[in-house]
Design a protein around this ligand. Structure first.
Ligand SMILES: Cc1cc2nc3c(=O)[nH]c(=O)nc-3n(C[C@H](O)[C@H](O)[C@H](O)COP(=O)(O)OP(=O)(O)OC[C@H]3O[C@@H](n4cnc5c(N)ncnc54)[C@H](O)[C@@H]3O)c2cc1C
Ligand code: SF4
Length: 327
């Protein structure tokens, strides 16, 4: 599959990138590592007039521990750097675990944290060639007006399939967004809309520039578990991140994030309250697993059945809670 025609722009600074975005808003796609954008362009899911290559912006690379605690991570930092960072492994282990499961080593060398956060939602009926999609009459997410997954509805249920966002949600991450009117910092949990076809709150002239992890989330035990067809490369079909802090054998604080089973990565509401102050045993871990499974709303957007994916959220959550408590 060939790439559509486009004009390549390169920027060396954030301001120049924002100028390009403002000038060509709606006709331009941003390229970070390109590991998702380029295959999608080959499938003609995106046919932008301009592609803006961000890779020359050195200011957006690197993992920078902050003097007052916490850490700043540039949006262009590769997943490989996250995976290999001793600082992150020591203080935010759930993030290194999640990053290490993305795709394959070659793709993690290219793929960035910003690209992983901004990853387009996926669906069996959408991530296909133009010819394939044409044969099915297209769908709501692109060029059509019906949903093959939930016929009769008007909503797109394409599923968010990034591995690091559930870990970042557990760590109370914030992201910095730069645009023509300046920069703003928002909690990552406010970034996603829950809609498969318009999944993130980002204007066409805005960029995700940095990720911040607070000092208050450092040194939690962290576990990430993921379901995929091929262990060496695939996107998650269900993913669970758990962070936990213990005190005197009891859970002092815990959070659970899930991915690949809803149009957005989500924190499991009530999981922390259920665990707080208790000693983790099989029954408690199972109850938390049930709660996570109720938060998951998988549909037939992916290779495995929704029932199996929801069940694996339950099983992985239970296992991850037990593992985090045993570390
Ligand atoms: C075979 C294969 C397997 C994969 N497996 C996994 C997997 O297991 N888990 C997983 O999470 N991902 C997987 N991916 C997807 C991808 O490799 C990763 O999500 C990667 O982190 C994407 O980052 P990138 O820098 O390459 O993004 P790009 O492809 O450059 O961009 C992805 C999207 O985000 C936008 N974007 C990128 N950076 C920014 C920014 N700073 N601000 C605003 N918008 C931005 C782009 O315009 C594009 O829409 C897989 C891809 C392939 C091809
Ligand atoms: S969930 Fe429905 S509308 Fe969305 S991509 Fe899949 S088939 Fe298309």
């Amino acid at each position: 599959m060939s790439l559509p025609q486009f004009k390549l722009l390169r920027s060396r600074g954030i301001e120049e990138a924002i100028d390009y975005l403002s000038e060509h808003a709606g006709k331009l796609r941003v390229l970070a590592g390109g590991t998702d954008l380029i295959p999608s362009m080959r499938q003609k899911l995106f046919e932008p007039e301009f592609v803006l290559d961000l890779r020359g912006i050195g200011a957006l690379r690197g993992i920078k521990p902050q003097p007052a605690g916490g850490v700043e991570i540039g949006a262009l930092t590769s997943l490989r750097e996250l995976e290999r960072s001793d600082f992150l492994r020591q203080h935010y282990p759930v993030l290194t675990e999640a990053a290490a499961t993305v795709a394959s080593p070659v793709l993690r060398n290219m793929g960035t944290i910003g690209g992983n956060i901004c990853l387009d939602t996926r669906c069996l009926w959408y991530n296909q060639s133009l010819t394939w999609r044409k044969g099915c009459g297209f769908c709501i997410k692109k060029d059509g007006d019906l949903c093959h997954v939930a016929p009769g509805g008007t909503k797109c249920w394409a599923v968010f399939s990034g591995d690091t966002p559930p870990a970042l949600l557990c760590l109370d991450a914030e992201i910095e967004i730069a645009g023509a009117s300046g920069t703003r910092r928002i909690p990552l949990r406010d970034f996603y809309t829950g809609l498969g076809d318009n999944y993130r709150k980002l204007q066409p002239n805005e960029l995700v520039t940095r990720v911040f992890l607070p000092a208050s989330a450092a040194d939690y035990r962290g576990v990430y578990r993921k379901l995929r067809v091929r262990g060496s490369i695939d996107y998650p079909l269900a993913g669970v991140a758990v962070v936990m802090k213990r005190s005197n054998g009891h859970v002092a604080d815990a959070r659970i994030g899930i991915t690949a089973v809803n149009p957005a990565p989500l924190l499991v509401t009530g999981a922390g309250e259920l665990l707080a102050g208790k000693t983790v045993d099989d029954a408690l871990a199972e109850a938390v697993g049930d709660l996570a499974a109720r938060t998951a709303k998988p549909l037939t957007t992916s290779a495995l059945t929704p029932e199996y994916r929801r069940e694996m959220i339950r099983v992985f959550t239970k296992r991850a809670v037990l593992a985090a408590a045993a570390n």
